[in-house]
Design a protein around this ligand. Structure first.
Ligand code: BES
Ligand code: MN
Ligand code: ZN
Length: 500
């Protein structure tokens, strides 16, 4: 694990194996750090660019021997792209690529001046720290030798951000957010046989113990007592018992309102009796990403200490086609008394969320945010660049989008007009869990179905099915789970507190 430290003073003096500086593709090509290094090395950086060895495009990197008055033996040029196009997310990506280049070069101590490139403010310092930690992250748990990687591909042991003391708080916050994202990825990446619901609850318990959160996990018996027929119905086809994970952050403030973060935790989604096609089915181990995000966000919230109370709720089960599995056509009764006709056992996320959300409403949540890899339709609508958001409360939706902007996570709102609610009426029960195929609007229907269980709470729903996982390596996620939405959820309580 790479330790993160802020160091003040001249970058030329940084005690490191490599120093990162930024270069642009247009205008003044050298950022302030690069200019300082350029002067100290007799024009090394400018020469490198003049010789056309690097264009300065975003995510481009070059590693070169430094020399001159520079203490670090290696210099890493990080491409920042065009001045006008660089934003926080670009800076995260540039930092991520620089960190990977450093690792590939065997760097043990990495120093960076990158934050001065762009705004030189808290947001920029945070972006560099987050980008570095996210970019270095890999899932090696099941590589023989585990974390004992070969020395030449080991992570740097220290990352030193050259920045004034005023940036210290921003650096610490960024580290909290990045480490939470890494936790979310770790959980979401776990294969289903390694992380059945009971184990996932144990992991959540360990997180709670480390962070100072209250922990509880409801078992089957308690779910039965509460009447959680929708969640239990999904579990029927599995040999692994379900869990409802509950994490609680107490602000200590008298009369503080309650925010509930509710995440879908399907440790494996085979589709159940409405079985999915075999191709790509293995990726459905990521169907617990929403729960992973919530558990990880709660860890961050415990460190950020907002003045609203927060509960994390994660309904966790497999969706399997075992002999006891529920059938298409079955009717189940959710905790709030609503009856549901299960027309597709593959629309299981909304079923487990129905009971989890009803539970959150009963706990008295003022705000409920649901996060789920709920529908393939969101990939059709938005691809992998943004998650869908919808809900019943304008201010909450906008606050989530704003938190996402700060986090580098994009949301695009879909309409929640009441006409869509006609689409999942059932002939035999109060609701059906799917609309007819021809109705379309799959992401809206799935989301609004969940919204039927929120009671009086203000509610926003995030469908992260397109953003929770990457198939090909990207700057901020080498492979697999992205932890998308973790940082948004972690930042949300502080922003809601300002609405009061
Ligand atoms: N977990 C899936 C959604 C999903 C799809 C997540 C692709 C990640 C990537 C969900 O449970 C599901 O199966 N949804 C169905 C809903 C349909 C039956 C109404 C879908 O999207 O096909
Ligand atoms: Mn499904
Ligand atoms: Zn699913």
């Amino acid at each position: 694990m790479t330790e993160v430290r802020r160091i003040a003073g001249s970058p030329l003096e940084a005690e490191a194996d490599a120093l990162v500086v930024g270069v642009y593709s247009d205008g003044e090509r050298l950022d302030p750090g690069a200019r300082a290094v350029d002067r100290a090395t007799g024009g090394l950086v400018a020469r490198w660019l003049a010789e056309g060895r690097m264009r300065g495009r975003l995510e481009e990197t070059a590693v070169l021997p430094a020399g001159g008055d520079l203490r670090a033996p290696l210099l890493i040029l990080a491409g920042l792209g065009a001045h006008a196009e660089l934003d926080g997310q670009g800076l995260r990506r540039a930092a991520a690529r620089a960190a990977r280049a450093a690792r590939a070069a065997g760097v043990r101590r990495l120093a960076s001046t990158l934050y001065g490139a762009f705004l030189g403010d808290d947001a920029a310092a945070a972006a560099v720290v987050e980008g570095t930690l996210l970019g270095l992250d890999r899932f090696l748990a099941y590589k023989s030798g585990g974390r004992q990687e070969s020395p030449e591909e080991a992570d740097p042991e220290a990352f030193l951000l050259v920045a004034e003391p005023e940036r210290e708080a921003a650096v610490r916050r960024a580290e909290v957010l990045a480490r939470a994202t890494l936790l979310a990825r770790q959980l979401a990446n776990e294969p289903a046989n390694q992380l059945p619901p009971r184990r996932m609850a144990e992991r959540a318990q360990a997180v709670a113990a480390g962070a100072g959160l209250d922990f509880q996990a409801l078992d089957e018996r308690e779910m039965e007592r509460l009447g959680m027929g929708a969640l239990l119905g999904v579990n029927r086809g599995s040999h692994e018992p379900p869990r409802l994970i509950l994490l609680r952050y107490r602000s200590g403030r008298e009369g503080a309102p309650l925010l509930a973060l509710v995440g879908k935790g399907i440790v494996f989604d085979s589709g159940g009796i409405s079985l999915k096609p075999a191709a790509g089915m293995h990726e459905m181990k990521m169907d617990k990403s929403g729960a992973a995000d919530v558990i990880a966000a709660m860890q961050a919230i415990a460190a950020l200490k907002p003045s609203v109370d927060v509960i994390g709720v994660a309904p966790v089960t497999e969706n399997m086609p075992g002999g006891g599995a529920q059938r298409p056509g079955d009717v189940v009764r959710a905790m709030n008394g609503t009856t549901i006709e299960v027309l597709s056992t593959d629309a299981e996320g909304r079923l487990v969320l129905a009971d989890a959300v009803a539970y959150a409403a009963r706990e008295g949540a003022r705000w409920i945010v649901t996060v789920a890899t709920l529908t393939g339709a969101v990939v059709t609508a938005l691809g992998h660049e943004a998650a869908a958001i919808l809900g019943n409360d304008r201010r909450l939706i906008e606050t989530v989008i704003e938190a996402g902007r700060a986090a580098g996570e994009r949301y695009w709102e879909l309409p929640a007009w009441r006409e869509y609610r006609q689409l999942y009426k059932s002939e035999v029960a109060d609701l059906a869990n799917v609309a007819p195929r021809e109705a379309g609007a799959g992401t809206i229907v799935g989301g609004l179905f969940v919204g039927e269980f929120v009671g009086e709470a203000a509610w926003a729903h995030l469908d992260v099915a397109g953003t929770a996982w990457v198939e090909k390596p990207a700057a901020l996620t080498e492979s697999g789970a992205t932890g998308f939405a973790t940082r948004t959820l972690a930042l949300l309580p502080e922003r809601l507190e300002q609405l009061l």
